[in-house]
Design a protein around this ligand. Structure first.
Ligand code: 2NL
Length: 356
C-alpha cells in the first residue's frame, strides 16, 4: 500500500497539465482504479485484516484525492499566471495619436502670402463673393460689350421672371473687394485681397472655384518701380530664395495702363521647379498701373493719386511651390493623400507633440 501511495503521489507531483492529472485520477481512484480494485479485495480478507486495511485504504484514497485537487489548483494558478503575463497591458503608455485633419494647403499658402505682404505694410481686405456686375465689371472698366466679360465664363445669379435689372454674379476676381475698400477708405491705400473666385471652367489647371490674391498700392507717386520691388521681395520670400529675376512682358488688362505680365526665371529639373536659375520663364501674375477710370469709379481722384495693382492665382502658386500637378486635387474629397507629395502643411505639430 505504501508502494501505491509513493507511486501516485510521485506521478501527481510530476504532472504538468490537467489532462495528465485527470488520467491519474481515473487510474488511481476511479471506479476501476487501483484503489477501488484493492477495496474489492477487502472481501477476501479476514475481519482482523479488514479492520486495518479498510481504514488505511480509505485514508489513502482521501490522501490521493486531496493531492489531485491540490495539484489541479496549482496547475490552474500556473495557467492563469501565464495568461496574465501574455495579456499584460501597460496602461501608462501614451495613446496612439489618431490621424486628424490639418490646415488646407490653400489656407496655408494664403497665410504665407498674407504674412509676406503684411511685412511690406499691406493690410488684408475682404468682401462679398456675390457682387453686382458694377463692382465685378463696370467699375473695373470692363463694360457690358467688353470681350473680357464673356471670356471670364461668369456664373450669373438667378433673376425672377420680368426682373430686368442686371443679375449679380459670383465674383470672377477679388478686384471688386479692392474697389469697395478704396471707396470706403480713400487714398492712400495699401491692401491685398485674397479669397475665393469663380469661373465656369474645369480641367487640369482650372476649377470653377479657385483662389486669387490681388494687391493694390495707391499714393501720390507710386510707380512701376515700386511694383517691381514689391514683387521681387514677394517672390524671394515665397519661394525661399536669395535672389530672383523678374521679366515684365507688356500685356493688356482693361483695369490697368500700362499692363504687364510677370515671369520669373526658373529651371525645371526632373520635374521640380527651381526659382532664379536656368533658362525657362514661369508666368506668375498680371499687373499694371491702375487705370485712371478705375480710380475715378472708386471715388479716388486720378489727378492726385496713382498706383499699381496685381493679381495672381493662389492655387497656381501653391501647385508650383509644392509640385502638385492637378489643380482639381485641392478640392477632391479627402486630402490626406497630399502627404504623398510631402506637403509640409500636413506635417504640422500637434498639441500632444507628435505629427498629426
Ligand atoms: C491676372 C491679372 C490683375 C489687377 C489684377 C486690379 C484691381 C484694381 C484695379 C486695377 Cl481694383 N487692377 N487688379 C490688375 C492687373 C492684373 O490680375 O492675371 N490675375 C491672375
Amino acid at each position: 500500500m505504501d508502494d501505491l501511495r509513493d507511486k501516485y503521489l510521485g506521478l501527481i507531483a510530476g504532472a504538468t497539465d490537467e489532462p495528465t492529472l485527470e488520467d491519474l485520477r481515473v487510474q488511481a481512484v476511479g471506479k476501476k482504479g487501483e484503489i477501488s480494485l484493492k477495496m474489492r479485495e477487502l472481501g477476501k480478507m479476514t475481519p482482523e485484516e479488514r479492520q486495518t486495511a479498510g481504514p488505511a485504504l480509505n485514508a489513502l484514497k482521501a490522501e490521493i484525492a486531496s493531492a489531485l485537487s491540490a495539484k489541479k489548483a496549482a496547475l490552474e494558478d500556473v495557467a492563469l499566471d501565464e495568461r496574465l503575463r501574455g495579456e499584460w497591458l501597460d496602461v501608462t503608455l501614451p495613446g496612439r495619436s489618431r490621424r486628424q485633419g490639418t490646415i488646407h494647403p490653400i489656407s496655408q499658402v494664403t497665410e504665407e502670402v498674407t504674412a509676406i505682404f503684411a511685412d511690406m505694410g499691406f493690410a488684408v481686405a475682404e468682401g462679398p463673393q456675390i457682387d453686382s456686375d458694377w463692382y465685378n465689371f463696370d467699375a473695373l472698366n470692363i463694360p457690358g460689350h467688353h470681350p473680357a466679360r464673356a471670356e471670364m465664363d461668369t456664373f450669373y445669379m438667378h433673376r425672377a421672371e420680368g426682373d430686368n435689372r442686371p443679375p449679380h454674379v459670383l465674383r470672377t476676381h477679388t478686384s471688386p473687394v479692392q474697389i469697395r475698400t478704396m471707396e470706403k477708405t480713400g487714398a492712400p491705400i495699401r491692401i491685398i485681397a485674397p479669397g475665393r473666385v469663380y469661373r465656369a471652367d474645369y480641367d487640369q489647371t482650372h476649377t470653377p472655384m479657385f483662389h486669387q490674391v490681388e494687391g493694390l498700392a495707391i499714393d501720390r507717386d507710386i510707380s512701376m518701380a515700386n511694383l517691381k520691388w514689391v514683387l521681387e521681395e514677394f517672390v524671394k520670400a515665397y519661394f525661399e530664395v536669395d535672389d530672383v529675376e523678374l521679366r515684365f512682358r507688356a500685356s493688356h488688362f482693361p483695369f490697368t495702363e500700362p499692363s504687364a505680365e510677370v515671369d520669373i526665371r526658373c529651371s525645371w529639373e526632373g520635374g521640380t521647379l527651381k526659382v532664379s536659375e536656368g533658362d525657362d520663364w514661369l508666368e506668375i501674375l498680371g499687373s499694371g498701373m491702375v487705370h485712371p477710370k478705375v480710380l475715378e469709379n472708386a471715388g479716388v481722384n486720378p489727378n492726385d493719386w496713382q498706383g499699381f495693382a496685381f493679381g495672381m492665382g493662389i492655387d497656381r502658386i501653391a501647385m508650383l511651390k509644392y509640385g502638385i500637378p492637378d489643380l482639381r486635387a485641392f478640392f477632391d474629397s479627402d486630402l490626406r493623400w497630399l502627404r504623398n507629395y510631402g506637403f509640409a502643411a500636413l506635417d504640422v505639430p500637434t498639441l500632444h507633440g507628435g505629427l498629426s
